[in-house]
Design a protein around this ligand. Structure first.
Ligand code: FE
Length: 190
């Protein structure tokens, strides 16, 4: 795959269809400057600010954009809140649709065929692989991303985090907790 991508890129550049420097800038942007820290700031804000949380659940695209996170692969965002009764898990069964502005580029496993099929066929088994065991009484809902809709999970705020400020709270929000394959970290537990 790596060779095929390089060959394709070389051909497109030789024909003048793409500008290699522009491609490098795009990749650098999403690999190093945009990443899950953006999403973590969104979640932390939702944890401390009930009005923002309501806005996020009502119109995630606008609420997220208000923090400066918008752009390609994030044009239509939906936020889903994990609760005592319900846990959400995100997958793209077709390919690898992912909310770039808040999470950066998807991890390799998110794009793998086993994750994409098992997230639907055996979501509790997938969670177990990630070390997450939910009570049987908790409903598990799986959401299939598409080219149009990208999801951001708001994980449950961990117990013991009451005294933390927004910046400290954001440190507890992992990438996986915003996909639903993980939980927010316990304070001091990183
Ligand atoms: Fe996709």
């Amino acid at each position: 795959m790596d060779l095929r991508v390089r060959a394709l890129e070389t051909l497109l550049a030789d024909k003048g269809y793409i500008e290699p420097a522009a491609l490098d800038a795009l990749i650098d942007t999403y690999q190093t400057r945009v990443g899950p820290r953006n999403g973590a700031r969104v979640v932390a804000r939702a944890w401390v600010d009930p009005a923002f949380r309501d806005w996020l659940l009502r119109d995630a695209t606008a609420a997220i954009a208000s923090l400066g996170y918008s752009g390609r692969q994030g044009e239509y965002m939906v936020a889903l809140e994990n609760t005592d009764a319900e846990h959400h898990l995100v997958v793209c069964t077709l390919c690898s649709c992912y909310p770039w502005p808040v999470l950066g580029l998807p991890p390799v496993w998110y794009k793998s065929a086993p994750y994409r099929s098992r997230a639907v066929a055996d979501p509790r088994g997938v969670l177990a692989d990630f070390g997450v065991t939910l009570p049987e009484s908790k409903a598990l809902r799986v959401w299939d991303s598409t080219a149009e809709v990208r999801y951001l999970i708001i994980p449950q705020r961990p117990p013991g985090s009451e005294g933390l400020d927004e910046t400290q709270l954001a440190e507890l929000v992992t990438r996986d907790s915003m996909i639903g394959t993980g939980l927010a970290l316990a304070p001091g537990g990183r």
